[in-house]
Design a protein around this ligand. Structure first.
Ligand code: C2E
Ligand code: MG
Ligand code: MG
Length: 431
């Protein structure tokens, strides 16, 4: 936990706990830490009333277990009643429950500063407040809660940006752990806006989706990715290219032939194209996504289940859909070295994939320790900052040459100089 930061404390806080003593103690601590206005509530219902009638606060310190209306229920209201408020969760429950509660709150868009066990200690609470960036401004108590600011771009700007070719892919290499070769890249789109600078996908994909422009974006990304793949092949780099396909686009029966046409035009085999879909993209009622994915496989493309472990995948779905690859989500991969539960999830995902004959990719390897563990657990390939951050496609050949990394397709024999290559890159002898 970080030391207390001398930044301004929140100006107002609401302490929600059914235990008079605990509530009073936390309120005292907050006052000692310089919070000017400290309100209290016995349970979630009172807290809701307080936020509704007296206005939002900058901080909510909330017990999880309370009679009548518990902390989880209150979290469901915080986004609406106190959109700028940050939350500290308090409970005597075990760390597992606290972690689930935190994830649930964060999933609802709430900024959780941390979770504390009981009794709450001043130093711990102070450290959590110190971790927070400077307090955000809160509207006057009587004012309606301010909605989160919308992005400054609208549909027509997005459409113009698509026409102007401002959406460009970066590529992130994937390294085969058996051969120590770069086997391919994932294409990741960025918006290079002359007005707003370079933006990551989570800043514009939801708006593109809402505006019905995802198909256009997907076409652009597919075209760029396939053209890069063809250009690398001409330079002697034998790589595959993975493209993320949003759930909406899986409803388009023309997707397989669109990819086929692009690959034909570029002069590459479609087997070099990997289509990445997330588990939740397959939850739709319609059978079209299933049909589209099956036809992609029939046409010879690879189909990868992305972010495995974060959605609602069922074994039945994994078995029913002709996936060829499983990408384990980085949340588990980067935690696996230190966290036994995360490691357990990685291990069981790998063994499931192996039983189903799927190629496996561990996403989000950030240290050589992460890579070594994935190799030890039998994962086929890795992708992550430790190998390389995403880069402009034009830089890839020089990056590979600088690292001394050869490329290959998965079916090629092991690289005889693999160990040398990796040592030369400084990934360490354990890799
Ligand atoms: P994804 O497909 O799971 O892509 C991996 C994300 O993890 C990328 O974020 C990548 O930069 C990041 N990443 C890779 N290695 C590491 C690591 O070691 N540590 C950390 N912290 N992060 C790492 P990015 O580029 O921001 O993309 C986010 C998501 O946006 C992607 O997740 C994908 O779902 C979506 N996306 C990106 N490009 C496209 C696209 O062209 N079309 C669609 N439909 N979605 C896209
Ligand atoms: Mg992906
Ligand atoms: Mg992923």
């Amino acid at each position: 936990m970080n030391a207390l930061d001398p930044r301004t404390p929140p100006r107002s806080a609401l302490v929600v706990d059914d235990d008079d003593f605990v509530r009073g103690a936390i309120a005292q601590i907050l006052k000692r830490l310089g919070v000017a206005e400290v309100r209290t509530a016995d349970n979630g219902l009172q807290a809701r009333d307080s936020l509704e009638n007296e206005g939002p606060t900058e901080l909510i310190v909330c017990d999880l277990m309370m009679p009548d209306s518990d902390g989880i229920e209150l979290m469901g209201q915080v986004q609406r009643l106190c959109p700028q408020g940050r939350v500290v969760l308090v409970s005597s429950s075990g760390p597992k429950l606290l972690r689930s509660a935190r994830e649930l709150a964060e999933h609802q868009g709430i900024e959780v500063l941390g979770v504390l066990g009981k009794p709450v200690r001043q130093a711990e609470l102070a450290a959590l407040l110190g971790q927070a960036p400077a307090a955000r401004s809160v509207p006057a108590p009587s004012a309606a809660p301010a909605p989160r600011p919308p992005p400054p771009w609208d549909e027509s700007q997005l459409s113009a940006a698509l026409q102007a070719g401002e959406f460009l892919i970066d590529v992130q290499p994937q390294l085969c752990l058996h051969t120590r070769r770069v086997v391919g890249v994932e294409a990741l789109v960025r918006w290079h806006s002359p007005l707003f600078g370079q933006l990551p996908p989570d800043r514009f994909l939801p708006e593109l989706e809402r505006a019905g422009l995802m198909e256009q974006l997907t076409d652009l990304v597919l075209r760029q990715a396939i053209d890069c793949c063809a250009a690398w092949l001409r330079q002697g780099l034998d790589l595959r290219v993975a493209v993320n396909i949003s759930p909406g686009c899986l409803g388009d029966r023309r997707l397989p032939s669109r990819i086929h046409d692009l690959a034909d035009a570029a002069g590459i085999d479609v087997s070099r194209v990997v289509v990445e879909v997330t588990e939740n993209g397959l939850l739709q009622e319609s059978s079209t996504p299933l049909e589209v994915l099956t036809r992609l496989r029939l046409h010879g493309m690879e189909v990868s289940m992305d972010d495995y472990g974060t959605g609602y995948s069922s074994l039945e779905r994994l078995q029913r859909i002709a996936f060829s690859e499983l990408k384990i989500d980085r949340r588990f991969v980067s935690a696996a070295v230190a966290d036994a539960e995360a490691r357990g999830i990685v291990e069981s995902s790998l063994s499931l994939a192996q039983r189903l004959g799927l190629h496996t990719v561990a996403e989000g390897v950030e240290t050589s320790g992460d890579i070594a563990l994935m190799a030890e657990l039998g994962c086929d390939s890795v992708q992550g900052y430790c190998v390389s951050r995403p880069m402009a496609p034009a830089l890839l050949p020089a990056w590979m040459a600088a690292q001394g990394l050869p490329s290959c397709l998965l079916r090629e024999p092991p690289c005889p100089v693999a160990h040398q290559c990796v040592l030369a890159r400084g990934l360490g002898p354990e890799f």
